[in-house]
Ligand binder design. Structure first.
Ligand code: ATP
Length: 864
């Protein structure tokens, strides 16, 4: 047991707060002191739930043999052994072993990449220690700690609530009840079930509303959720639509191949070939032809994509996201923090229709600044940047926030909610309200004129000054004073500047050239939204507000949403409607969000994107991807990587299928013609193993092609096997068979021995595969025009393959195991010639089709 509880923790819900605090040995106002916290950490251990480890390496290794194909291969080995082919049987065993080792290594790599991801989003929590609130990793919490919780936070441990402000908690993870539970501080009956313990909040549940302060009663494995592994933030490994499709394809192909092989076997035996020899031949046919490495290769390509994305600031939580990202057609993004820096500075104040510079506001608009300090949860360097900016303006105007706060202690709070767009704090008799200008002004009758006079609001003047501030891209907040018995008084406006991120400007431009529609969806004012949209290069055109959306007739909704790029004053619920409208139009939608209310939209979007730095745990949990830097440019980078991943998958498929089909066909054609096999079974196994690993897998590491963001997005319904891919596969398969057979026959005709002729055929086969690998570095453009950089893996693969072929050809032991023989220079010229011809044919095919596909007929074909 590595984490702790305090005796009788189960009954904390039945104790009054004071008694609970006493039992936990903590002062709820000051928290533990650091030494005590350290000591308890030693005693109770980290606040983490240890997940049971997966199967160990030995079991994972053995699992590699659990494959029908391997069974057949082993059976073939046994048959071969029984009939005296001891060396061949040994080779088959070696191949099986090698296959298992390669599979094991690949699987472990992919697994490690994914495991690393789950650790990259640190979970932090606010804890009061030595009387000071501070952020600490949730893992360092100990029983007795005092934690502060706010809407959007995941409860980091089991706590007894000591203070609550309108707090509601979604306990569905624990109780299955999806309606949030209202929390209180009163004790309940000792026998109350977990769902009824209003005075407690449990680890892993989500605060959906309000704020609370609680005393940690249990951590780690001792929490209610301690045993439930799935709540730990591990990246999920689920099959993606693509991997599922490919797995099905491989299975279907396998069945076809096995049937063909069985037919070939019967035919061969009827023709008089010895059954054991035939058996090994058709097993080789099957093993060569079945693309058994395909699913593994796909998993690796995706895993590499995950790692590449994480280097660009995007952490993928669900593997399918890697694949979906590449097909994204619309990105809906927040404004604040994603397109802008979220570093706010108040540049101007305004009251009674006129702007007032910050420096002068200390005298004329003192109470507006005071309201900004009091109705505020931030510190200058910490907390919500909007609120920090309000402290900054007070200081710039010569006020002392600490003194102001000390003079008017807060007695109650109604926290900010993005639905109401306001926040209120109470300070004895006075309350201060701050928020969106429309919301605050609507509640006021009177306004303060700089200098002290109170008069009825001049709404036209207010609208004018508000309009001129938002048109400059400023975020404007209004402030009001509420006193009992009097109408609320508008104290003034504070307008803050939040500069756009320069990288976002470039990224927006890149998305637009990539045919991806970028839409800004913000809670801010339409004027501000339009101005910022202009600055980052979004076509601003018409701005739709939340109110506009609500009044649109259903039949116009989808069209209006599709045609608009800027949405302002949008509520989180409307974000969900926007996603749905775009999806009805066939779009693949990426949507960002940071608040707890954004979770449904994030879940519904094809790619939900949450903020790693600024967002809530609730949003992160609902998202497919988390941005470590909250930057829009990271989304664009992830889309770029996603497109590259999809490209590499197509490249791998385009390369591997002809290799498999070619290998199978060489055997099949020989059997059908009753001819001598140009390549014998153990040799096929050799080719299959070495090329799949050293040539094919290099495609997984291919860099993203240049100009990948210059193409339109892949249509969502486009199949993986497009016509051009199939054509290429057939073409290259035929090339391989003709080259191998041709080389073999010609060598025999020139008087070479059978072993020499076969060795030449093998080398021709591998040479053509290597040349084709080169061609696969770009599927549609001649590689000479589109030479990608970063060729290290590619060159390494070619080099290793060449080395292995030399070993196979010249080392005596290899000669006897694989029935090969050293060959002369002329044979190598054949190999080279075949490779060059194959390369030229593939390149010519690309040129021809790119010609054909740029004409008007092609445009029609594409649209079909
Ligand atoms: P985005 O969705 O692009 O991040 P946003 O951050 O501007 O947009 P919200 O944070 O929901 O959206 O803010 C919406 C409006 O609520 C703001 O324009 C402002 O008027 C008001 N507002 C924001 N923060 C506060 C706050 N801490 N207290 C009071 N009102 C606020």
């Amino acid at each position: 047991m590595n984490a702790g509880t305090v005796t009788g923790a189960a009954e904390f819900h039945a104790l009054p707060v004071a008694a609970a605090a006493e039992r936990l040995g903590v002062d709820p106002a000051r928290g533990l002191n650091s030494e005590e916290a350290e000591a308890r950490l030693g005693r109770y251990g980290d606040n983490v739930v240890r997940v049971p480890a997966g199967p160990g390496p030995i079991r994972r290794f053995l699992a590699q043999f659990h494959n029908p194909l391997i069974y057949v291969l082993l059976l073939a080995g046994v048959v071969t052994w029984v009939f005296g082919g001891h060396v061949d049987a040994g080779v088959i065993a070696g191949v099986v072993l090698l296959n298992a080792v390669v599979g094991f290594v690949q699987e472990s790599r992919a697994q490690r990449a994914l495991e690393a991801l789950s650790k990259m989003v640190p979970v932090e929590t606010t804890v009061v220690r030595d009387g000071v609130p501070q952020r600490v990793p949730a893992a360092r919490l100990v029983p007795g700690d005092v934690v502060e919780l706010a809407a959007g936070d995941r409860v980091p441990a089991d706590v007894r609530l000591a203070e609550v402000h309108l707090a509601e908690v979604d306990e569905s993870a624990l109780t299955g009840e999806s309606v949030p539970v209202v929390k209180a501080t009163e004790p309940v009956s000792p026998s109350a079930p977990v769902a009824d313990r209003a005075g407690c909040a449990y680890s892993g549940t989500l605060v959906t509303r309000g704020q609370a302060r609680g005393l940690v009663t249990a951590t780690g494995g001792e929490t209610q959720l301690g045993g439930i592994q799935h709540l730990v933030a591990t990246a999920e490994v689920v099959p993606t639509p693509l991997t599922r499709k490919l797995a099905r394809f491989s299975r279907q192909l396998s069945v076809v191949i096995v049937v063909v092989a069985a037919a070939a076997f019967v035919l061969g035996v009827l023709r008089g070939s010895p059954a054991p020899e035939m058996f090994t031949a058709v097993v080789a046919l099957a093993v060569g032809a079945i693309p058994e490495g395909l699913p593994a290769a796909v998993a690796i390509v995706l895993a590499i994509g995950v790692v590449r994305m994480s280097r660009r600031g995007a952490i993928v939580r669900h593997l399918p996201a890697v694949e979906t990202l590449g097909g994204t057609t619309v990105i809906c993004t927040d404004k604040t923090g994603t397109l802008t820096r979220n570093r706010m500075t108040v540049t101007t104040l305004a009251a009674a229709g006129s702007p007032v510079p910050v420096a002068e506001a200390g005298e004329t608009l003192r109470e507006c600044l005071v309201a900004g300090v009091l109705c505020n949860d931030a510190e200058l360097e910490e907390g919500d940047p909007t609120e920090s900016a309000l402290l900054g303006s007070a200081i710039a105007a010569g006020l002392d926030p600490a003194a102001i706060r000390a003079a008017a202690p807060r007695t109650d709070t109604v926290p900010f909610e993005s639905e109401t767009r306001t926040m209120t704090t109470f300070h004895g008799e006075v309350a201060y309200l701050k928020g969106a200008v429309e919301e605050v002004a609507a509640r006021c009758e009177a306004e303060l004129v700089p200098g002290g006079e109170v008069r009825p609001i001049d709404r036209d003047a207010l609208d004018r000054v508000h309009g001129s501030l938002t048109a400059r891209g400023l975020r404007v907040l209004a402030f009001a004073r509420v006193t009992p018995g009097a109408a609320p008084v508008l104290l003034g406006l504070q307008a803050m500047h939040d500069p756009p991120r320069p990288e976002a400007v470039t990224a927006v431009a890149a998305c637009r050239s990539a045919g991806i529609d970028v839409k800004m969806i913000t809670g801010d004012h339409a004027g501000t939204a339009r101005a910022i949209a202009g600055e980052v290069g979004l076509a601003s055109g018409r701005v739709l507000t939340g109110a506009d959306l609500a009044s649109l007739p259903d039949e116009q909704f989808d069209d209006a949403v599709a045609a608009t790029q800027v949405f302002a004053r949008v509520s989180p619920g409307q974000k969900l409607q926007l996603v749905q409208a775009l999806q009805r139009r066939g779009h693949v939608v990426a949507m960002t969000g940071d608040g707890v209310n954004d979770a449904p939209a994030l879940r519904r979007a094809d790619i939900g994107v949450a903020m790693g730095a600024g967002g809530t745990d609730a949003a992160r949990q609902a998202a497919d991807m988390v941005l470590t830097d909250d930057d829009f440019a990271s989304i664009e980078a992830a889309v770029r990587v996603g497109r590259g991943v999809f490209d590499n998958l197509r490249k791998f498929i385009a390369w591997t299928l002809p290799a498999n089909i070619g290998e199978g066909m060489v055997v099949l054609v020989a059997i059908l013609l009753g001819a001598t096999l140009p390549i014998v079974p153990v040799q096929i196994l050799w080719i299959n193993m070495t090329t799949a690993v050293f040539l094919g897998l290099t495609l997984a590491f291919e860099p993203t092609e240049r100009g990948i963001m210059g193409r339109p997005p892949r249509p969502p319904d486009r199949p993986l096997f497009t016509g051009s891919l199939l054509r290429r596969v057939v073409l290259v398969s035929l090339l391989l068979v003709v080259a191998a057979f041709g080389a073999f026959r010609l060598q025999l005709g020139l008087g070479a021995s059978l072993a020499e002729a076969r060795t030449t055929a093998i080398n021709v086969f591998v040479g053509v595969q290597a040349a084709y690998l080169l061609g696969c570095r770009s599927l549609d453009r001649p590689v000479v025009c589109a030479w990608p950089g970063h060729s290290r893996m590619f060159l390494l693969g070619i080099g290793l393959t060449a080395g292995l072929q030399l070993l196979l050809t010249y080392v005596p032991v290899m000669n006897s195991w694989f029935h090969t023989a050293p060959i002369g220079l002329v044979s190598w010229l054949w190999v080279l010639g075949a490779a060059v011809v194959a390369f030229a044919v593939v390149e010519a095919d690309k040129l021809l089709w790119s010609r054909l596909s740029t004409g008007p007929a092609a445009a029609r074909r594409r649209n079909r």
